[in-house]
Structures are given as C-alpha cells and as structure tokens.
Design a protein around this ligand. Structure first.
Ligand SMILES: O=P(O)(O)OC[C@@]1(O)O[C@H](CO)[C@@H](O)[C@@H]1O
Length: 381
C-alpha cells in the first residue's frame, strides 16, 4: 500500500474474542483489581474504580468531571466518543482514556494524600530491582532494548505469560542502524521511552554506550507526563533505574545529565489518545531537531504507524513518511499492528499457527529515512 492508497481501518475493540476486545474485557478489570488490592484506598476510591470497570464493560463512556484540569483537552480528544460503548470507539482512545479515568478514580490529580501517587509504582519498583541492565556491543544493546520491551506490566496481566528467552526478529535493520549510528546519525538522539523497569534499564545501557563512545553528543529521553498504560516510564522511574545501575554507569549518566548531554523531556501529547500524525508543532520540532528518533515499545509503534489494520507487507518507510526525520522502532510484537514484513516472513508466521502478532515472542528493529529526510503522508484515522 502506498500513501496514495485508501487508509486502512482503525483498530477498535468491537469484535468479541479479538485481541483489543480481550484487553478491555479481561485485562482492564484484572489490572484495576490489582491496583485496588495493592493500596490502602478508601471506600470512595474503591467504588470509583469498580464503577469505572462496570462502565467500561456494560455502560457508555462518561466525560471527565467538568473541573478536571484537563477536561477541555479530553473534550477535544474524545469528540464523538462520549456516550458510546467503550467497545465501539478506537482502541487507542478506549485504552488511553481508561488509564486517565483510573487516575481520576484514585485521586491522582486531586489535592490530598493520594495526589501524585503513581498507582503502578509498586509493580514498577519490583521490576526495576529484579532486572539487570544489559551489556555488550552496540548491536547487542540495541537488540536487548528490543527484548526489554517484554517488560510491560500490563502485558503480564493479560492471558499470555510472555516467553522468557530471546525470540526472533521479524524485521532486523540492526546492521543498517549500527552503520548509521557509527557514521554519526545518533549525534543528537531522541529516544521516546516506553516501559519502566527492565526495559528502561536496557534503554539506559544503550544511552550510556552512545554517550560514552561519543556516537551521541546529546541524548534526550522522552518520558510520559503521568502514569499511563501501567508501566510507562516517568521521570521518577528514570531516577529509580539510575539508582540501581552499577556505580560506573550511574556516575557516567549522572555526569552526562549534569553537563546537559543527557536530558529528560516530556510532552502533554505523549498521553494523548491519538497517533503521532497529530502531534503538535512543538513536539514535531523536537523530533525534527534530532538527528535520529528512536521509538520504544508497542504503543509508540501503534502511534507512530497509526493504530490501524495495515496490511503487514506495507513498507514501513511509506507509513512513516510524514515523520520529520530519520526514525527507528524497537518493539516486541504485543498487538495486531505491524508493517514492513517481507512476504516470506509473513507467510512463515501465518503458517506457524501461533498468535504471532500478540504474544511477545517476536520483535522487530525497523528503520526509515536513515539517509534522507521524509516529507508527509496521511494519517490513517
Ligand atoms: O507499549 P508497550 O508497553 O510495549 O505495550 C502496550 C500494550 O501492552 O498495551 C496494549 C494492550 O493494552 C498492547 O497493544 C500492547 O501490547
């Protein structure tokens, strides 16, 4: 499919038994029960969490309270979705808004003792403290950053246990990426982080390598502005991961931060229920100023390519042509969305009988525009 072809259908949770349906129907109730049982929340918070689950399963989507600090923002982001069944709206909206509503239920934004208390911190900390950072060559660190993306706590709540050892890369552009990095493409690198814990430790090992070898002069790590999709990394998670690194790596990273060579950034749009086609100008400007932007994880992939039923053979470069600079995606496959497969790879995966798109057994390291600056292509929805 070229950018001129009709855009594919947006993913929704409407079909019973489908992967997005199972996330809303099974995974969300389990994750809310886990959060509720792990905290000394009072009756109001418990009631609000239970009501949210009931609403998502059998009710219609309610608006945020009118006095929520971001009510206006969500009014715009959710145009056309309020009052509809949760299963009848785009998957990306249903999930993102569900996470926003969990924060409302537990009082994350309200003045009081629970203000700013990350409801998923208990899971993230355990993960960070039991994972070990990766070591090795540039390629090994890049590949470790792919498999680190299995450390996704919402995924673990799902029915798939997630395989323990390294799986197969269904697209492996690591040779081209290493060559480009060694030729200076990572000079001003932007890494859009995904999960805290083991994944972030792998990402920090990569960042440290790029800075210590001089392949990067500066690295900006982009994190979420508030707790999102259970394990998404916040600045506090970066601080915690730095504290569990070996002393030499920790000192190098702290020095790089002190000198402004390693920075943390965030942007409100990172919690938007929209693909990156809709990113505001200031965020596009940050990506555009980077010599290379690396997107980590499944959700960033969905947002980068558009959360839509793309034919898997659609070239990645065509789909991300709108992106304002060279780009790399490093993820394990935990949702139905994938592009850029070779025909033989797709045939073998389909013949395997596995649910290869969603189990996390496979990963990819995909690149576009390493030697050019792409223009623009339409959003799929
Ligand atoms: O972005 P991440 O952390 O790699 O994955 C997010 C994720 O677990 O969330 C969705 C289901 O909730 C899936 O699309 C995906 O597997």
């Amino acid at each position: 499919m070229s950018p001129a072809d009709p855009t594919p259908q947006v993913v929704t949770p409407a079909v019973p038994g489908s992967f997005p349906w199972s996330v809303l129907h099974d995974r969300h109730p389990k994750l809310v029960a886990g959060v509720r049982d792990a905290h000394p929340y009072g009756p109001d918070q418990r009631r609000a969490l239970d009501a949210l689950v009931a609403e998502s399963l059998t009710g219609v989507i309610a608006r945020l309270p009118a006095d929520a600090h971001d009510a206006a923002r969500w009014e715009t982001w959710g145009t056309g979705h309020y009052g509809r069944r949760w299963f009848d709206v785009p998957f990306l909206f249903a999930e993102s808004y569900f996470y926003r509503r969990i924060l409302d239920a537990v009082g994350y934004f309200a003045p009081g003792p629970w203000q700013g208390v990350d409801p998923y911190a208990y899971l993230k900390s355990a993960e960070a403290r039991t994972s070990s950072p990766s070591t090795g060559s540039l390629r090994e660190l890049l590949v470790a950053a792919v498999w680190g993306n299995r450390a996704d706590l919402s995924f673990r709540i799902g029915q798939h246990g997630g395989p323990a050892d390294e799986g197969s890369l269904v697209v492996d552009d690591s040779a081209a990426l290493c060559a480009a990095l060694e030729a200076g493409l990572g000079r001003e690198l932007c890494l859009v982080a995904d999960n805290a814990g083991g994944e972030l430790l792998a990402d920090l090992a990569l960042v440290d390598h790029l800075l210590a070898t001089g392949l990067s002069e500066r690295v900006a790590v982009h994190v979420k502005p508030y707790p999102y999709f259970v394990s998404d990394a916040l600045a506090t998670d970066v601080a915690e991961c730095v504290s569990v690194l070996d002393p030499a790596t920790r000192d190098r990273l702290l020095a790089a931060a002190a000198e402004g060579r390693w920075t943390l950034r965030t942007h409100d749009f990172y919690r938007a229920p929209l693909s990156y086609h809709h990113a505001p100008e200031d965020l596009r400007a940050e990506w555009s100023a980077a010599t290379l932007t690396v997107f980590k994880g499944d959700l960033n992939y969905r947002r980068l390519v558009g959360d839509a039923h793309w034919p898997a053979l659609t070239p990645f470069a065509d789909v991300v042509e709108y992106f304002p600079g060279p780009v790399a995606a490093l993820r394990t496959l935990k949702c139905e969305v994938v592009v850029g497969l070779a025909a033989g790879t797709l045939a073998a995966l389909d013949a395997s009988g596995e649910e290869w798109r969603v189990t996390g057994a496979h990963g990819l390291l995909q690149t576009a525009g390493l030697d050019s600056r792409p223009g623009s292509s339409p959003a799929p929805g």
